[in-house]
Unconditional design. Structure first.
Length: 316
């Protein structure tokens, strides 16, 4: 298939997944603020930190208040990772491959885009319902794609984009919570600490599944283990990388373990590490340091995917 097509469907899915995850983080923080009556403890800056664009935010908005952060992450057309910008980019990628995707996919991308565009002109009175609709629209797109598009190379490139983005955002929100979210060390182990860990699980739609696995106590080590190493939960980092590896092998047509290009090797090495490392070893080496290396490895995989499949190479 054409590298242009592969690139567009890859980024179409990444942008939609990114918009969904930003909506998740904001919505959960809105709900968390209801459980924290002291305004001094209400924290919005960590949400900007998950994006890696805090400097841009401070330059343009200054104070990380609720209104400023929501505007920046949701409606700011000049910020490339805001929800509205992600959906604009997703729509442009979908437009360029109309002949590849199904008409139902194109319709859903448009509906999703105009949902957020309409909210710019007419701010929604109920933000919780608005962000819920964003998450549902992303789920609907994924379901429409699975149900109406042949599961061929193009579909697998879409899967790779969606799941790499999901793994990256799960690692970032976990890193922010573990490293800086609590206002003081003295809050560790307090009800405030437990509330914020529950909020973290909810931001990944993991709270119910965490409970149903028999893990009744909310502890940092168990939450981290579930979101990093669980092999069955679809938003855990390990699950995402296993599915990415499977799709890459489907694209290349090589059997598992037969490394023929840098993408296969990089994903295989990263996935193998997650298969055999324990959560105790992660905590002993440093959770922040581990997640920082993991995010670097994910960026490395993204670079290898671009170089291997999307970059135009001169004809010899």
């Amino acid at each position: 298939m054409l590298s242009r097509v592969a690139d567009s469907i890859y980024w179409l899915n990444r942008y939609i997944e990114r918009a969904e995850n930003v909506a998740r983080f904001i919505d959960v923080n809105l709900q968390l603020m209801l459980d924290i009556p002291n305004p001094a403890l209400q924290q919005w800056q960590p949400l900007v930190l998950t994006t890696g664009d805090l400097a841009m935010f401070v330059e343009r908005y200054g104070e990380p208040s609720a209104d400023n952060v929501i505007q920046f992450l949701t409606f700011d057309c000049q910020y490339p990772n805001s929800i509205v910008s992600c959906l604009r980019s997703a729509r442009e990628n979908a437009r360029s491959i109309r002949e590849i995707i199904s008409s139902e996919m194109w319709e859903q991308v448009n509906d999703f885009y105009f949902l957020v565009q309409g909210a710019i002109a007419n701010p929604p009175p109920d933000l919780h319902n608005f962000f819920h609709r964003i998450k549902f629209s992303s789920h609907l797109f994924a379901g429409v794609m699975d149900a109406t598009m042949s599961h061929n190379e193009a579909w697998h490139f879409g899967q790779v984009g969606r799941l790499l983005e999901r793994a990256d955002k799960t690692s970032r929100i976990l890193d922010v919570k573990y490293f800086i979210l609590l206002p003081a060390v003295t809050d560790v182990g307090t009800p405030l600490d437990e509330i914020s860990w529950i909020a973290l699980l909810k931001s990944a739609s993991a709270y119910e599944m965490y409970r149903k696995t028999g893990l009744h106590r909310i502890t940092p080590i168990k939450v981290a283990e579930f979101l990093i190493l669980d092999r069955q939960f679809p938003r855990s980092i390990n699950f995402c990388l296993r599915q990415v590896e499977s799709s890459i092998y489907q694209i290349d047509g090589h059997p598992l373990g037969d490394w023929h290009n840098p993408v296969e090797k990089s994903i295989g090495q990263m996935r193998s590490q997650l298969e055999y490392i324990t959560i105790e070893e992660i905590f002993q080496s440093g959770m922040h340091e581990f997640l920082d290396r993991l995010q670097s490895d994910l960026n490395h995989i993204s670079d290898r995917i671009y170089e291997t499949y999307f970059a135009l190479k001169p004809l010899r």
